[in-house]
Design a protein around this ligand. Structure first.
Ligand code: 2M8
Length: 409
């Protein structure tokens, strides 16, 4: 047991609000979807029951449609914008109106396999909700083949250059005055721009205007892009959910069907010109022509290939620590600006799980060692400059602590 292990556990406890965990106090004062799934994995290293509690509170927010929202606003907090008054989804508890990377089944499998006896009944209770959420992804968000997002926030990789071509089509000029709260916590250089926020809010206003009707948002909303990152996470999550279903004695043929259909859509996000998987504007078919870290999640879904490995090593070798969130050899790269270049320990952990499964344990170990060095040098920050290690964003961050305990240490 090292001091850093103690610190990581203390961060999970400090951010624990009783059944759900905040990403970090101040900057993110609510429950976030994929943060919570990582938190559960972290808790499972020292408190298995608390891990399942985390997944329970997350899945309890499920909409009638099956969607699990990206934020659950358990208690009002003026420190975050946009809050429940802006989203106006009419849910109880209040939630946002979009989803986030569906990694809960991936984490549920990891947690279940850490202690199957303790987890079996907890999993049995959770399983139908996971199936309903995956069905929602299949029926609502995979209508074009790959997984589509209707808002950059849905991707989890908010301002990455992948979305620039889609954001160009969003008119943020009609958004009324509002006050950003993130800039009271983190330097503006490390956060999205005002132009980005105007557009983020314009997309929220569209959803609110159509009463959060999924079909209308997909058919007429201001933003619709195929996301390689979510596509691969969903594909892996379908496979893991099928494994869990089999362990419970369930018929998993429907889930296997979703996975087969999604896998057959992967050629639609392969960009020959880029030699990599790529985001795509589903309004006009255009590729983003940007190498982003979402492409490397292909390994998580068993979809790696030699061209992708060449691209991975090119981008990775161009920096010093971790896989960058955007291509260091393009003009849009910024090593401190959120998802436009920094390395994110959680994404590194997912890529490494994939690399290990692909037989590239050498690369997985390199990624682990580089990520560990960042955390050892600076602590549990949200993200890091991959060139000079500068810690960025929020500190005492739940998901960074969680992946320290599960993977990086
Ligand atoms: C970031 O996103 C939120 C909006 O959802 C924000 O900036 O206000 C992203 O890094 C996202 O992936 C993450 O889940 C969230 C909480 O850590 O913060």
């Amino acid at each position: 047991m090292t001091n850093l292990d103690d610190q990581a556990r203390a961060i999970l406890r400090q951010n624990d609000m009783g059944g759900y965990t905040l990403p970090t106090h101040g900057l993110y004062p609510y429950q976030w979807n994929w943060d919570s799934a990582f938190a559960a994995w972290g808790f499972a290293t020292f408190d298995n029951a608390r891990a399942w509690d985390e997944l329970d509170t997350l899945m309890a927010s499920q909409w009638e449609s099956g969607m699990i929202p990206h934020i659950i606003f358990h208690q009002p907090d003026p420190g975050y914008f946009p809050g429940p008054d802006v989203w106006q989804t009419g849910q109880s508890p209040a939630t946002s109106g979009i989803s986030q990377p569906p990694i809960a089944a991936i984490m549920a499998r990891l947690i279940f396999e850490m202690d199957e006896d303790a987890g079996r009944e907890r999993l049995r209770a959770l399983y139908p909700r996971l199936v309903d959420w995956h069905r929602w992804w299949h029926e609502v968000r995979c209508t074009h083949g790959p997984a589509a997002i209707v808002h950059p926030w849905e991707s989890g990789r908010d301002n990455c250059p992948d979305w620039d071509i889609g954001m160009d089509g969003v008119d943020g000029s009609g958004v009324g005055p509002y006050e950003r709260r993130d800039l009271g916590h983190v330097h503006a250089d490390m956060r999205p721009t005002k132009e980005d926020y105007d557009r983020y809010i314009a997309i929220v206003e569209f959803g609110r205007g159509v009463g959060w009707n999924d079909a209308k948002i997909v058919s007429d909303g201001p933003f619709l892009m195929a996301d390689p990152g979510i596509t691969f996470m969903l594909l892996r999550a379908h496979d893991d959910l099928a494994v869990l279903g089999r362990a419970l004695g369930e018929d998993v043929s429907e889930i296997e069907g979703w996975a087969t259909t999604l896998r057959s859509a992967l050629p639609l996000i392969w960009n020959d010109a880029l030699n990599a998987f790529d985001a795509r504007n589903l309004r006009n078919g255009a590729f983003a022509n940007i190498l982003g870290s979402g492409a490397f999640l292909a390994y998580l879904a068993g979809a790696g290939n030699p061209q992708l490995e060449t691209q991975l090593l090119r981008a990775w070798d161009a920096v010093n620590y971790g896989v960058p969130s955007a291509d260091p050899e393009t003009a849009s790269f910024n090593p401190r600006k959120y998802w436009r270049g920094p390395t994110w320990p959680v994404v590194n952990a997912l890529i490494a799980i994939g690399l290990n499964a692909d037989g590239r344990s050498d690369l997985a170990e390199r990624l682990r060692a580089e990520t560990a060095e960042l955390i050892r040098t600076h602590g549990f920050y949200e993200y890091f400059d991959p060139v000079d290690t500068t810690p960025c964003g929020g500190k005492n961050f739940t998901w960074t602590a969680a992946i320290w305990l599960t993977w990086a240490s």
